[in-house]
Design a protein around this ligand. Sequence first.
Ligand code: KG4
Ligand code: ZN
Length: 335
Amino acid sequence: VFILGLETSCDETSAAVVEDDRRILSSVVASQADLHAKWGGVVPEVASRMHVERTLPVIIEALEQARCTPEDLAGIAVTNRPGLVGALVVGVACAKALAYAWRKPLIGVHHLVGHVHAAPLADRWLSFPFLCLVVSGGHTELIVAEGPDSFYCVGRTRDDAAGECFDKAARLLGLPYPGGPALERLAREGNREAVSFPRAWLQHSLDFSFSGLKTAVARYVARPDPSVTQADIAASLQAAIVDVLVTKTILAAEATGIRKVAIAGGVAANETLASEFRAACKAKGYDATVPPKELCTDNAAMIAAAAYRRLRRGEADDLNLDVVATEYLPLRSVK
Ligand code: KG4
Ligand code: ZN
């Protein structure tokens, strides 16, 4: 079945048409990154206003690229939680209006469950259960995708998200927003052993903590070693973040006994993370899934895919569907 997906939870206005939860017919993403760059971060009010302007054009383009008409659609999926409320409201209001006008079922999707669905979209043979590290600007969570309707978290950040750490460190190094990709580029010329930044292992827990690392970079930048370049700092910081992310993901796979492991979310676009994650999985004999960059960063294809099972069962949300700023997935302790 064909599903129209909509995603407006942060600064990407996106629409996509997906067949079931496996095949992308179109995926259109209008990024606002350049608009927010001069403020050094996402300005919620600006994001909401841009979503208002862009949502319908993006939907029309997604339908055209997929050569779909509204009649072909089995339903409309939209991110309704968690995220910036003003931004979410735009997508949800638009999805409701279309669902009502076109008489289609409406499905509200949890943004993180959406990110997890980048994995089955990237690897159409991937079956449940699998483990997925979702790492983005707002989240760092180890999620067990137990079955198509069962997602729980076995570890999450206690403070900053990994992407937030990339972004804040990049800012301290004078790099433009969004900092993650800029820091990765700079790190290519650096020596990752130059500075030994701390790793918060949080023994006996699958949780993460990145706020200390950000502070360590701030302290280092305030009193730099003249023999250490900016690129060295970037490479050392990236190594510290990647080290913790990969080690804890493997620990989670061991603790749960799940041998299929994926990464998703904006930070999964980082090539050092991807290659170290692949190598660590290979050493353990685990199947690794690393979706292409465009499926890792925010997109509506993952949202449409996440709605497939509920739609197929004939379920739908009603037109009172609300938005939610914060909603965690259930937490289960496995360690
Ligand atoms: O998933 P996403 O597009 O939006 C959120 O839901 O947050 O993730 C954006 C985050 C930002 O913090 C950005 O700096 C980071 O992902 N990011 C990267 C890379 N590309 C994006 N971090 C490190 N290396 C990258 N190549
Ligand atoms: Zn996201």
